[in-house]
Design a protein around this ligand. Structure first.
Ligand code: FES
Length: 140
């Protein structure tokens, strides 16, 4: 191999090595999805002892886990619904005083089972099944 060929190939390979850390790190995820720990069935599990979910320690407390709103409705009762309003995809909240999920964008309201109480939304929020095993909630 001539010196000129060696330098040319080294420059190309070196450029890839300099760029590759950016290329590979750009595939990582961030945001709410990091909160989700789907098991092999695609279910989402959350650990109530994690400080991120401290709001779920009180009845009426709620937390967002990915695209899901999880609400503590009783001592050992939880409800999980899609947090995405079916009207125009704003994020719904939860009002423990009325036990309703209001949407801040156009004032749709949903009941604790996801049903529409007040439009303009016309479709219910998706409801998920929640099971508890100690501090672990499984949402499916
Ligand atoms: S996006 Fe929720 S009411 Fe319009």
């Amino acid at each position: 191999m001539k010196r000129k060929d060696f330098l040319s190939r080294t420059a190309i390979g070196g450029s890839f090595l300099l760029v590759s850390p950016w290329y590979f790190s750009s595939c990582s995820s961030s945001g709410d999805d990091d909160d989700m720990n789907p098991d092999n069935n695609g279910d989402v599990m959350i650990d109530l002892s994690d400080s991120k979910y401290s709001a779920l320690g009180d009845i009426g407390g709620f937390a967002y886990v990915g695209d899901i709103i999880v609400i503590r409705t009783g001592t050992s009762q939880f409800t999980a619904l899609s947090k995405i309003c079916t009207h125009q995809q704003c994020t719904v909240g939860y009002d423990p005083g009325t036990n309703e999920l209001p949407c801040p964008c156009h004032q749709s309201r949903f009941n604790i089972n996801g049903g529409v109480l007040n439009g303009p939304a016309s479709s219910p929020l998706t409801k998920f099944t929640v099971t508890q095993n100690g501090n672990i909630l499984n949402i499916s």
